[in-house]
Design a protein around this ligand. Structure first.
Ligand code: MN
Length: 736
C-alpha cells in the first residue's frame, strides 16, 4: 500500500474535526477523549488501507460516525463503535483487543456488526441469511442496526466509485431491505436518502428527469406556497404560537413510486408539495390539543379533503411517527398537504428512534418502537423456517402497512394489513391462537380466516379441545402465527395425515363415494373429530378397514331419505283442485265455486303467518302469500279486485316447508344434538340439511316441515340453547 500523502492526512484530520464539531453540545470531555481514542485506534488499525475510490479507508468510519452522531443522534458508545466498525473485519485486531481498550458494551456492538457478514465492502450480493443475522442483532442491541444503516448510507453516498454492475446490485439491496428498515426505525431522512440514491443508480435517466421536473415545479410553486402560507402565518402569530413553516417537495423516489403505483404521469402527482408547520408547544396544553387547534385554524381558511386526514397524533405509527396531516385546497384549486407537528414530533420524525429515547418519560413505558423491537426479536428467535421463507415473512410483517385493532377491553393490537382474526389470536398469545375456534368481530361471529379492518374490535373464542389445523397456514399472515402453527405440527403428524388422506381417497374411490360434507359428517361423528386433518390423521395412524368405512357410510342415511320422501308425498298428496282446501278459510262471494288453492313459492307461508290470496283471473286458481310478501303487495296495488282474504283454519296434520339457518362454533356431536332437537324432541321432519364448517365455524341450512309458526318459534328457542349455537334465524324465501 502507498503511504498516505500529506494532503490525504490533512483531509483525514479535517473529517475528524468535523465529527468533533458536530457532537452534541453537552458532550463531556471524557466522552470526547474516548472518541479520540477510538479514532486513533481505527486510524492505526486501518493504516494505509484504501477504499475502491482511492480514499484512505479511515475516512469511511469517520463519516459513518458522523452520520451516527449527527443524523441519527446516537451517543458516545455508538460513535466509538462506528469508528471501529470495520476494524475487526478488516484488520489484524480482534474483539478482545477492542474490549480491552473500550469495554464490553462497545465489544458487543462491534461483535454484532461483524457477525453481519456480506457487507458492501466484502463485494457480496444480497443474501437472505445476511439479513437474518442483521435482524438477530436487533434483539441484542438496536444500536447495532442503526450503525449498520449509517454504514450503508455512507456506502450509498460513495457508490459512484464502484463499477456499474455493482452499483445496481447494491442499490437494489438497499431499496429492498435497508430503506424499509430505516423506515421502520423511524429514520425518515435516511430512508428517503437511501431510496433516492438507489433510484439514482438503478435508473439514472428517470432519476435525472424527475429531479429536473421537481426542481422546476418547486420554482413555480414558490410564489404559490407563499400565498398559501401567508394567512396561516397571520393566524398562528395572532394565536401567539412560536412556529416554523417549511415547504419541501416530495422526494424523487416517492414521486416515482406514486407514478408507478397509480400509473399516472408526473403532471398528475398532485401532492408534490407539502407544507410543514412545526410549533413550539405552549405550556400546560397537551400537544395533541394544540395540533388540532392549528388544524382548525387552517381549515377555517381552506377547504379540507376529508378522506385525506391522517391522525398520527392520537395513534402514532408503529415506528413512532407522530403528526397530524391534512390535505386542503389551496389557491387555484390545488390540493396541498399540511403536516402539523410539535418540535418533539418533528425530531422524532427526522431522527426516529434515538429522539424517541430522548423524550421518553416514565409514564410512556412501552413506546411503539419498543413494542416493535420486541416483536422483531420474538420473530427472529422463534423462526425455524429457512432463511428465504423467513425473509418473505419478515418483509410481509414488518415492512407492511399496519392497522390497529382492539380487544374487547380496548387494548390495542397492531397487526399487518390483511391479517386475519387468527393472526390476532396468535398476537395475543400462542395458546389462544392454537385453541381458537372462532372470533367475534364487532360482536358478530366470524370464521378465523376473516381479514380484519382498522378499528375492529375482536374477541377470540377458544376451546380446550381445539387443535391447530394445517389449513390455517393458508390464511394466516403474520410470521408469529405461521411459525406457531408450523411448530405445533410435528413432521410425523404431517406424514401421517398425508398417508391417511391417500388411504381415505383410495377407500372412497373403491366404494364409489365422493368426499362431500355428508360423508365427512358421518365420519366425523363416528370418530368424534371435527376436522379433515384429524380424520386423515386417525386413518393414517390406525389401519382402518374398507369394511369399517363402508359400514359407517351406509349407516343412517337411508332412513332419513325415506322420511323425507314419505313426508313430501304425504304433504302434497291429494287433488287440491275442485275441492275446498281444508287449510284455509276464504272469503268467497256467493255463487262462486271453491277455487283451487296453492301456496306461493316466493314467500312460502305457514300456518300462523298472516296471509292474503291472489286469484289468477285466467285460471281462477288462488295463490296464498304472506301478507308482507313484496310480490303480493305489488299485486294489491295493481289488481286489487283479484285479491282474496284468507286465514288459516286447521293445521293439525299438515306440514309446511320452512327454512332455518343457524351458525355457531363447530364441535363434536353438534350436528347430532341439532338433529335430535329437530326430529325427536319437536317431531319436526327434516327435508334437507346442508352443513358447512369452515375454520371451526359451523353454518347450517335446514329445510324443515313444520306445522305452524309455533313450531318454528319453539325450534328457534330450543336450538338456540344448544351449546355452540350462536344464532338461529328463519329465512324468508327470496326466490321467484
Ligand atoms: Mn463499513
Amino acid at each position: 500500500m502507498f503511504e498516505l500523502s500529506p494532503d490525504e492526512k490533512s483531509k483525514i484530520k479535517e473529517a475528524y474535526s468535523e465529527l468533533i464539531d458536530g457532537l452534541a453540545p453537552k458532550t463531556k470531555a471524557a466522552d470526547k477523549e474516548l472518541i479520540r481514542k477510538a479514532y486513533l485506534f481505527a486510524q492505526k488499525a486501518h493504516g494505509t488501507e484504501r477504499r475502491k475510490s482511492g480514499e484512505p479507508y479511515i475516512v469511511h468510519p469517520i463519516n459513518v460516525a458522523r452520520i451516527v452522531s449527527e443524523e441519527i443522534g446516537l451517543g458516545t458508545k455508538s460513535i466509538v463503535a462506528a469508528l471501529l466498525h470495520d476494524v475487526v473485519e478488516d484488520t489484524e485486531y480482534s474483539l478482545e483487543d477492542i474490549e480491552k481498550e473500550f469495554g464490553t458494551q462497545v465489544r458487543q456492538i462491534i461483535d454484532g456488526l461483524t457477525k453481519i457478514i456480506g457487507t458492501f465492502d466484502r463485494n457480496s450480493t444480497l443474501q437472505a441469511s445476511t439479513f437474518r443475522k442483521l435482524l438477530l442483532t436487533i434483539a441484542d442491541d438496536v444500536r447495532v442496526i442503526m450503525i449498520k444503516l449509517a454504514d450503508r448510507l455512507h456506502n450509498m453516498r460513495t457508490l459512484y466509485a464502484l463499477p456499474q454492475v455493482k452499483q445496481i446490485k447494491i442499490a437494489s439491496e438497499t431499496l429492498y431491505l435497508y430503506a424499509p428498515l430505516a423506515h421502520r426505525l423511524g429514520l425518515y431522512a435516511i430512508k428517503t436518502e437511501l431510496e433516492n440514491l438507489s433510484l439514482k443508480y438503478k435508473q439514472p435517466d428517470i432519476y435525472e428527469d424527475l429531479f429536473n421536473r421537481i426542481t422546476h415545479s418547486e420554482k413555480i410553486s414558490a410564489y404559490f406556497i407563499q400565498k398559501f402560507v401567508e394567512p396561516i402565518r397571520e393566524k398562528l402569530t395572532k394565536e401567539k404560537f412560536q412556529y416554523e413553516i417549511q415547504s419541501r417537495p416530495k422526494s424523487i423516489y416517492s414521486v416515482w413510486r406514486k407514478m408507478q403505483v397509480k400509473k399516472i404521469p408526473f403532471e398528475q402527482v398532485y401532492d408534490i408539495l407539502a407544507v410543514r408547520i412545526i410549533f413550539k408547544p405552549k405550556a400546560r396544553i397537551p400537544e395533541k390539543t394544540q395540533c388540532w387547534f392549528i388544524y382548525s385554524l387552517i381549515t377555517d381558511l381552506y377547504q379540507v379533503k376529508p378522506d385525506r386526514i391522517r391522525d398520527w397524533v392520537s395513534q402514532p405509527k408503529a415506528n413512532g411517527y407522530e403528526a397530524l396531516h391534512a390535505t386542503v385546497m389551496g389557491p387555484h384549486g390545488r390540493w396541498i398537504e399540511v403536516q402539523i407537528r410539535s418540535q418533539r414530533m418533528d425530531e422524532i420524525a427526522e431522527r426516529g428512534f434515538a429522539a424517541h429515547w430522548k423524550y421518553k418519560t416514565g409514564e410512556n413505558q412501552e413506546g411503539e418502537l419498543d413494542k416493535w423491537v420486541k416483536k422483531v426479536s420474538e420473530m427472529v428467535k422463534s423462526q425455524d423456517s429457512n432463511d428465504l421463507e423467513f425473509l418473505e415473512d419478515f418483509k410481509l410483517n414488518l415492512f407492511d402497512a399496519e392497522i390497529v385493532t382492539f380487544t374487547p377491553k380496548g387494548k390495542e393490537i397492531t397487526i399487518p394489513q390483511g391479517a386475519t382474526a387468527l393472526d390476532f389470536a396468535f398476537d395475543i398469545h400462542t395458546q389462544i391462537g392454537l385453541k381458537a375456534i372462532g372470533a367475534k368481530v364487532n360482536l358478530k361471529l366470524v370464521p378465523l380466516s376473516t381479514i380484519l379492518s382498522p378499528g375492529d374490535q375482536v374477541e377470540i373464542l377458544t376451546s380446550d379441545i381445539q387443535t391447530p389445523h394445517l389449513e390455517w397456514l393458508d390464511f394466516v399472515k403474520t410470521a408469529k402465527a405461521k411459525s406457531a402453527i408450523k411448530s405445533a405440527f410435528k413432521d410425523q403428524r404431517k406424514a401421517e395425515i398425508e398417508k391417511g388422506q391417500a388411504r381415505l381417497d383410495e377407500i372412497l374411490k373403491k366404494l364409489n363415494y365422493r368426499l362431500n360434507t355428508n360423508v365427512l359428517r358421518k365420519l366425523f361423528s363416528e370418530f368424534e373429530i371435527t376436522s379433515k386433518e384429524d380424520l386423515y390423521h386417525l386413518i393414517g395412524q390406525r389401519e382402518i378397514q374398507l369394511e369399517t368405512i363402508k359400514k359407517i357410510l351406509k349407516k343412517r342415511s337411508r332412513s332419513k331419505r325415506v322420511k323425507f320422501w314419505d313426508l313430501q308425498l304425504f304433504n302434497f298428496k291429494g287433488d287440491l283442485k275442485n275441492q275446498p282446501d281444508p287449510r284455509f278459510e276464504l272469503t268467497v262471494k256467493p255463487g262462486e265455486t271453491a277455487p283451487a288453492i296453492k301456496l306461493a313459492k316466493c314467500c312460502e307461508p305457514i300456518p300462523g303467518d298472516k296471509i292474503i290470496g291472489y286469484r289468477n283471473p285466467n285460471t281462477d286458481e288462488i295463490t296464498i302469500h304472506k301478507e308482507d310478501c313484496p310480490k303480493i303487495n305489488k299485486l294489491i296495488s295493481s289488481q286489487a279486485n283479484n285479491i282474496v282474504q284468507a286465514t288459516w283454519r286447521s293445521h293439525k296434520v299438515m306440514a309446511y316447508l320452512a327454512h332455518l339457518s343457524m351458525n355457531g362454533t363447530d364441535r363434536i356431536r353438534l350436528v347430532n344434538e341439532i338433529t335430535q332437537v329437530i326430529s325427536k324432541d319437536l317431531n319436526v321432519n327434516i327435508r334437507s340439511m346442508v352443513i358447512e364448517t369452515r375454520d371451526g365455524i359451523f353454518e347450517g341450512n335446514f329445510d324443515l316441515y313444520v306445522h305452524n309458526t309455533h313450531d318454528i318459534e319453539d325450534l328457534i328457542e330450543k336450538l338456540g340453547k344448544i351449546k355452540g349455537i350462536e344464532s338461529v334465524t328463519r329465512l324468508e324465501n327470496s326466490e321467484e
